[in-house]
Design a binder for this molecule. Sequence first.
Ligand code: NAP
Length: 548
Amino acid sequence: MRITNEHQVETVHVDAVVIGAGFSGLYMLYRLREAGLSTKVYETGDGVGGTWYWNRYPGARCDSESICYNYTFSEELYKEWSWSSRFPEQPEILKYLNFVADKFDLRPGIQFNTRVTSASFDEETNRWDIKTDQGDQVSAKYFITGVGCISTANIPNIKGMDNFEGELYHTGHWPHEKVDFTGKRVGVVGTGSSGIQSIPVIAKEAKHLTVFQRTPQYSVPAKNHPYTAEFLEKSKENYHSMRELMRNSVGGMALKYGENSVLDHTPEQRREFLEAAWEKGGWAVLSAYNDLLTNEEGNLLVAEFVRSKIREIVKDPETAEKLLPDHYYGTKRAIIDTDYFETYNRENVRLVDVKKARIEEITSNGIRTEDGEYELDVIVFATGFDGMTGSLFKIDIRGRDNVALKEKWENGAKTKTYLGLTTAGFPNLFMLTGPESPSVLGNMPAAIEQHVEWVMDCIEHLRNNEIEVFEAKTESEEKWSQHCRELADSTLYTKTESWYTGANIEGKAKGFPIYVGGYNVYRKICDDVAINGYDGFTLDSGKANKVI
Ligand code: NAP
């Protein structure tokens, strides 16, 4: 339905508005449409893909094994698509998401090149009033965010950024055209997942590469390899068991954690065991033991194993020393790489420690640190994201009494949600992979499917029971947020500063807004809430309120 207000802007009325056309938004749209709800999806980019639309930097690839890095809701889709390798690159993942959009004819439901700027809950109508930067005004019963957990780039505030006369990029906003590094002096700032994936690829092409490292990171080899036709056939045959395994595992992937404590092994056994995990690659080291993230002594032993591998690989002892991390292993997102540490053996690569000699300024010619100036033609910021809340806070989301989400959560310090999906005072708002859900601690597509399916079941329940207003109770979210904090504090995660804790963003208040209890446990909790009549929520028929 279209309604024109006094300024002649048409207000479009739909059942649901979804933000984002990545893994979350695409599946949410599919389910809402299948259930017969009128739905509008708004997407800032000019294509589908979300994270995989924006992160086009060289070397970008998934770090979950690809046979799990896909939707499993459709057996037909699962069987139609074949991944080329264990950890495919970004263009292939983007192709997959385009394939999904085409297969289910999702594009007509998506408005591209449009950013949602504000959304406010109208207590008179019990609907969300949503506005976009293209002048759209939409009224929706359900407001669903699929904005991604790590999608707002952290571009550091370094003096002189505008003075640089060369090319400047951020890995999370990579151009669509190929960036040619041939014959150029390149500087990469940052050594998280994005830096570690891109550095080996850029080094091969550039004339010279300088890596500006503030904090060294652990990384283990991905051991990527092409999939054989037999392997793919078998994984497709095992579709049902694969789906079950993903749905009922700790990290949402076909991965089993070791049964032993790190301390159960003698030093010799441990070395042998970890060597085997190293050779297997991927998440094998992280999942080798059952207490890596809770046992301080055990964690340090595994961390020392990884450090010993770095010393083995990197030939120059001084460079190797600079590359040795000293935080607990796995407390920052575990990184898997292809020839990362080996890259420092190349003659055209130099490592600069910017913790020791800080970056002072970007000059017209390059980067000046306290130690001197590095002349560069290209600077790549692999400096990460304002995680978990950054993309939600970019939208002016206002609930009851005109309270902004950002205000309620005190800029991230006091994230309060119920189940990481909803928050009190913001009725009929669902945040897919929102703060205090397990999301980024495992395989995102699995987390997304679970959220979309839970939200869809919930909406069906509301419609079948003529419920107008669905809202988390304050006491439910207090309990949930406290539970999340207690769980996190019982692990080593909170002993390391990272983007998980908000430490990477200047001025951002610290917290740990992620549920660490495991995908499997979390799924059961969400299911039980639903089975028990949406325990912890207020379900109001709101008959007194007018709905246009
Ligand atoms: P990140 O892990 O936050 O790493 C950012 C890097 O930039 C860090 O080394 C950081 O140093 C450095 N940095 C930030 N500001 C700086 C400054 N002003 N001066 C110097 N150095 C600075 O970001 P990311 O690498 O983009 O990864 C973020 C997350 O995205 C990952 O943890 C992962 O969840 C996801 N991701 C996944 C994949 C994948 O494999 N599929 C690929 C890329 C990203 P400090 O550590 O000292 O802050």
